[in-house]
Structure formats: structure tokens, C-alpha cells
Design a protein around this ligand. Structure first.
Ligand SMILES: CC(=O)/C=C/C=C(C)/C=C/C1=C(C)CCCC1(C)C
Ligand SMILES: CC(/C=C/C=O)=C\C=C\C=O
Ligand SMILES: [Fe+2]
Length: 577
């Protein structure tokens, strides 16, 4: 690729800074259209549509399971066959077998009567197209799961999100957009040129919103990934894909943090700027589609901003992390994945934490910290002295001991290949202290002995009432060794520095999502809900008492369910009800 082409391709990854486009003229929200190039190119391919099973709505228990019809679960040419000694792959890593399903769930135990609303979980649940298997956990097409609780009963459902990327793959039987590691195969020189052109505009990037699901302050439910075009509005009851969430502003950028901070009144996001390395901090009011520029953080290291899958806020500040695991424009354009996919490890460039005042947009601290690797920040809060002055920001994250190998461990081949060996890299609750007195350095330490949670730590939640405030508990996935993936649920007490753990042999639990009891005063008064893929191929929503961390009930799906990522809670009395 010529330097000119590379420069123009970079421009589409620039976020507007200070209200002006930085280094490029593109307004990517406009350019990222329906993937015209992809459609044209795909016409030549032999259409290989995926079979789609019909929706099944079953009455309350007893539940009869309709015969599962494999739609997309065929032998892989790539992506790895079972290497678990012949017992078959764990269903956590097998593609969802039905396009959509709904039905009553059999409940074991007693669901609390106050639990009245809908738990939603998003995640990459479909990793196969015909006989082609995807490479990485993060590549899968989004599967949205719903468990609605009322009067001690539970109804479950799941459905594929109808992103452009998924619909194109379904009609053409192949990957048509750039996913986390998968890239559409070029068909000859001309289409290769077309691909480069579409990359420059951003139109070849995926809108496969397979990562998060959030309820905005106005009740709209949004599924998200790291591409801005992959912000998709869904109906939490039918799981219908309603349409794209259009950001009605000129902030630009093609990628953003997968985890905005969402409250009843606002939405905070980070938009990395790959041209002039930095981050734009933006805020959107509930009920609006317009992000407003708040401020900009310039990177202190280079050559690109650090990956910002998530970031934390306090009541008055936004914390902007600058990890040595940085975006890499060259890798974004490659056809084949590199060991760190779209990223590069730049230890020598330094590691920083920046703090921006929410009200003024001014950077009030920028400190160097020890290197770290995280996907997920847990929470942050303001440390104050006796006079009530803020002296420092405390920020906690699920920290992978500055080791990027976790990305490789999340390749499907590795996840499917568990043979009893302990191969999950150690992780911990990393606690940053960022002084606000102008000191150049911040601290990073383990918040508790990582052995308390088996040295596994990711996929965290907190009581939303403690967002940005001093807090005591986080719920996350931990480990019982040996394992190749977090296989426990853990409740971490950051004051006592202890953890309570839930474990069931061979089970793969997903993020334990905290739902507060209405009217609760205590921070841990509520439940933690996790979807579990069990060793025997069954799947259920596990409801733990968040205080004791003991099981209260499980609501069983009549069929297997794959692993999934993040969740949200839609209370029955929300604007959606
Ligand atoms: C599931 C999860 O945690 C992360 C998903 C990340 C994705 C899908 C990232 C996708 C990207 C592209 C498709 C191109 C631009 C770079 C990058 C943000 C990595
Ligand atoms: C599932 C995961 C990490 C597990 C490792 O311990 C990370 C998911 C990241 C995206 O949301
Ligand atoms: Fe995430």
C-alpha cells in the first residue's frame, strides 16, 4: 500500500478534536453505509443461505423442547475440531443452534418475587458459516438472550441480532465485513482494490454488535461493539432488531469504547483518535442521539492510542486509560491476523492514566503507571481528605498482569482444547491510585490476594447505585485451577479483601450481573444472575443471593446455549414495559 493510501486510510479512524475534524475530512457516520462494496462483490459467490429454524413459543411448564435443528453447526475447515480427548466440545464454544427461540423455563429453587423484569445478555454466539469456523471468541455473530422474571416464573428467549454483517453472511454464506479477526476473502485483484477502498471509508467494518447491551435513560435498549456503526437498537421483549442507533452529531470516528458509561440521565463514551493519537471524551443526554464533545486527551506515548474497551468514571471525573496495548492502523488493514490482532504492544511508549473533569473537559491529572492489560474497568471513586478535598482517584480493573497472552487464549481452538492443563493466565483486581496533586506517577497494586479468586478475574459487575462512588463489592468470573477459561463466579469484598466463590465442575458461567432489590439499602442486597453452560450440554440462568453468594434458583433452558458476554437489566416498570 502506498504511503498516500495509508495516510488517507488513517484519516477515517480520526475522531473530531476540539469540534474540528483532526487530520481528515471524513465524517465516518455518513460514510459507513450499507456495505455497497460487499454486496457487489458477493453477487459472484454461490449463495449458501443458512437454514433458519422458526420461532418456538411454548406455554408455561412443563416445557417441551422442539427438536433442535442444526443451522450453522457443521464441521469446520478451520477453527479447530475437538481436542478434549474425544468427549466432544463444550457447548459454551459451540454456535447457537437456532436462529431464535422463546419459551417458559423450568425453575429449580425459588425465584424472589421482587425479581420483576428482564435480564438481557449479549455475546458472540454464532461462530460458523456452513463448514467454515471462525477463529476467535470475539468474531461470532451476536446472540441476544432474554430471561424475563415475574411472579416466581421465568420465560427465556434468544435471537440473532440482524446486523448488516450477519444478514450478509446469512445470505452469502461467508464473512462479508471485517470482524475482530475475520476478514472477507478477496476475490481477485479488482475486488481487493475495492476492499481497500471500502476500508478507507469504514464501510467494510462490521456492525456485528456482539459485546454489550445497555438500557439508555429513555428506555431504548442498545447493543454495542467497538465499531460506532455497530450500535443497534433492539426490542427487549421480542428481541427484534429495530435499527441502527444513528449518532446525530459530527464527532466522527469509526471506533469507540465498547462500554459506554450509562446512567438514567447520561451516556459517556471515549472515541480514540488514531491520526493525532488521543481520545475524545463525549457525553450524550438521555433521550438524545447527539454526543457532545467534552474534552480531549492527548496520548503521552505512541504511535497510537491504547485500546479502550472500557473506562471508568467517578462522580466528577472521567478516567482515560492509556495502555501499552495500542491500536495499530497497519494491523487494521491486514488480511491475516497478527498475534495481537488489531493491536500492538508498545512497552517502551509508557503506560498512563489521565483524569478529565466532567464539567470543564480539562485534564486535571496525567500520571505514568506500571504497565497493565485490561478489558474491563470495574469502578472508580474519589479519595478525599478530612476537609473533603479530592486527593486522588481510585480506579479498579480486571487486570491480566500486563500479559497480552489472554487474547490468544480466547481463540476458539484454545477454548475448545481443554485437556486438564492449567493454561489460563493469572489475573487480579488491579487498583490504581492516581494522585491529583501534580505528582508524575500513579500506583497499581492488587486490591486483594488473587488466590482468593483463583487468579482468574474478568467480566465484572457492581451495584449500579455505587457507580463512580466508593464501593465494597464486585461480582466477576474467577477461576478454580486447573482451567483454560474463568470457570467460577466470585464475589469480591474489597474491604475485607476476601472472595466468596461459586463453582460447578465443568460449567462455564458468564458475567454475574448484579440486580438490586427495589428499596435495598445494603450494597449487596439483590441477586447476581449468570447464564451457565453446563458440562452435560444444558444451560440455565443461575440466580445467586448477592449477599451470601448462595444459589437461590436456576431457570433452565431446554437446549444448550453458548457462552456470552455482557448483560443489562430492564425493570418491568421501565419505559419499555
Ligand atoms: C467482544 C469483545 O469484547 C470485543 C470485540 C471487539 C471488536 C469486535 C473489535 C473490532 C474492531 C474492528 C472490527 C475493526 C477496528 C478495530 C476493532 C475495534 C478491534
Ligand atoms: C471473556 C473475557 C476474558 C476472559 C479472561 O479471563 C473477556 C471478554 C472481553 C470482552 O467483553
Ligand atoms: Fe467487554
Amino acid at each position: 500500500m502506498s504511503p498516500t493510501m495509508m495516510a488517507s486510510s488513517l484519516s477515517v479512524f480520526a475522531a473530531m478534536s476540539g469540534g474540528r475534524p483532526s487530520g481528515g475530512s471524513a465524517v465516518p457516520g455518513r460514510l459507513a453505509s450499507s456495505g455497497h462494496q460487499v454486496g457487489k462483490q458477493s453477487k459472484r459467490a454461490v449463495a449458501q443461505p443458512l437454514a433458519v429454524s422458526v420461532v418456538t413459543v411454548t406455554p408455561p411448564p412443563p416445557v417441551t423442547t422442539p427438536p433442535a435443528r442444526p443451522v450453522v453447526d457443521a464441521p469446520r475447515r478451520r477453527g479447530g475440531r475437538s481436542a478434549d480427548g474425544g468427549g466432544g466440545e463444550h457447548t459454551a464454544w459451540k454456535s447457537v443452534r437456532k436462529e431464535r427461540w422463546e419459551g417458559a423455563l423450568e425453575v429449580e429453587g425459588e425465584l424472589p418475587l421482587w425479581l420483576d423484569g428482564t435480564y438481557l445478555r449479549n455475546g458472540p454466539g454464532l461462530w460458523n458459516l456452513g463448514d467454515y469456523g471462525f477463529r476467535h471468541l470475539f468474531d461470532g455473530y451476536a446472540t441476544l438472550v432474554r430471561v424475563s422474571f415475574r411472579d416466581g416464573r421465568a420465560v427465556g428467549a434468544h435471537r440473532q441480532i440482524e446486523s448488516e454483517a450477519y444478514k450478509a453472511a446469512r445470505s452469502h454464506g461467508k464473512v462479508c465485513y471485517r470482524e475482530f479477526s475475520e476478514v472477507p476473502k478477496p476475490e481477485g485483484f479488482l475486488s481487493h482494490v475495492g476492499q481497500l477502498a471500502s476500508l478507507f471509508s469504514g464501510s467494510s467494518l462490521t456492525d456485528n454488535s456482539n459485546t454489550g447491551v445497555v438500557m439508555l435513560g429513555d428506555g431504548r435498549v442498545l447493543c454495542l461493539t467497538e465499531t460506532i456503526k455497530g450500535s443497534i437498537v433492539v426490542d427487549p421483549d421480542t428481541l427484534d432488531t429495530i435499527g441502527k442507533f444513528e449518532y446525530e452529531d459530527r464527532l466522527g470516528g469509526l471506533i469507540h469504547s465498547a462500554h459506554p458509561i450509562v446512567t438514567e440521565t447520561e451516556f459517556w463514551t471515549l472515541i480514540p483518535d488514531l491520526i493525532r493519537p488521543g481520545y475524545v471524551v463525549a457525553r450524550m443526554d438521555a433521550g438524545s442521539n447527539e454526543r457532545r464533545f467534552v474534552g480531549r486527551v492527548d496520548c503521552r506515548g505512541g504511535p497510537a492510542p491504547g485500546w479502550v474497551h472500557s473506562f471508568p468514571v467517578t462522580d466528577h471525573y472521567v478516567v482515560v486509560p492509556e495502555m501499552p496495548l495500542r491500536y495499530c492502523a497497519k494491523n487494521l488493514l491486514r488480511a491475516e491476523p497478527t498475534p495481537l490482532y488489531k493491536f500492538e504492544w508498545h512497552l517502551q511508549s509508557g503506560t498512563y492514566m489521565h483524569v478529565m473533569c466532567k464539567a470543564s473537559g480539562k485534564v486535571v491529572a496525567s500520571v505514568e503507571v506500571p504497565p497493565f492489560v485490561t478489558f474491563h474497568f470495574i469502578n472508580a471513586y474519589e479519595e478525599r481528605d478530612e476537609e473533603g478535598r479530592v486527593t486522588a482517584i481510585i480506579a479498579d480493573c480486571c487486570e491480566h498482569n500486563a500479559n497480552t497472552s489472554i487474547l490468544d487464549k480466547l481463540r476458539l481452538q484454545n477454548l475448545r482444547a481443554f485437556n486438564g492443563q492449567d493454561v489460563l493466565p493469572d489475573a487480579r483486581v488491579g487498583r490504581f491510585r492516581i494522585p491529583l496533586d501534580g505528582s508524575p506517577f500513579g500506583e497499581l497494586e492488587s486490591a486483594l490476594d488473587p488466590d482468593q479468586h483463583g487468579r482468574g478475574m474478568d467480566m465484572c459487575s457492581i451495584n449500579p447505585a455505587r457507580l463512580g462512588k466508593e464501593y465494597r463489592y464486585t461480582y466477576a468470573c474467577g477461576a478454580r485451577r486447573p482451567c483454560n477459561f474463568p470457570n467460577t463466579l466470585t464475589k469480591v469484598d474489597l474491604v475485607d479483601k476476601t472472595a466468596k466463590n461459586w463453582y460447578e465442575e465443568g460449567s462455564v458461567p458468564s458475567e454475574p450481573f448484579f440486580v438490586p432489590r427495589p428499596g435495598a439499602v445494603e450494597e449487596d442486597d439483590g441477586v447476581a444472575i449468570s447464564m451457565v453452560s453446563a458440562k452435560d450440554g444444558s444451560a440455565y440462568a443461575l440466580v445467586l443471593d448477592a449477599s451470601t453468594f448462595q444459589e437461590i434458583a436456576r431457570a433452565k433452558f431446554p437446549h444448550a446455549m453458548p457462552y456470552g458476554l455482557h448483560c443489562c437489566w430492564v425493570p418491568r416498570n421501565s419505559k419499555n414495559a
